[in-house]
Design a protein. Sequence first.
Length: 154
Amino acid sequence: MPRSFRFHTSLLPLLIMAGTTCARAADCHLRIDANDQMQFSQHQLEVPAACAEIEVTLNHTGKLPAATMGHNWVLTRSKDATAVATLGAGAGAQHNYLPVNDARIIAATRLIGGGESASVKFSTAGMKAGEDYTFFCSAPGHIAMMKGRFQFKP
């Protein structure tokens, strides 16, 4: 004789919370590709303001090495993007084309070449929903073609 299955309604809130937590975790992890033609695969990224921490993974889908066509992923407030990229170009590849200890950088990956990936996790504690943020590659001259809008949505 088959056993009957009884669903306990007292478990429903726990199951709903578990599903919501998993969905939020997935929403807080972003992936973006860069290629040898100095292009990001996306020009806009968004995450819900409920994310206390965000992880971004950059995949370089090209074949050229970092010394030839290296890319990184950098996040700043939009008003700071050009200045950070300009200073980063002067910092050189040994510093991942990032100005050292620049507080305007919210997050950044290391410089990678074709076939490589890099991830960065960062807190959203200082970010505000609705504020303008820009992501870009800070390798010399790349910001002209490799930038996009980052939205921290309420």
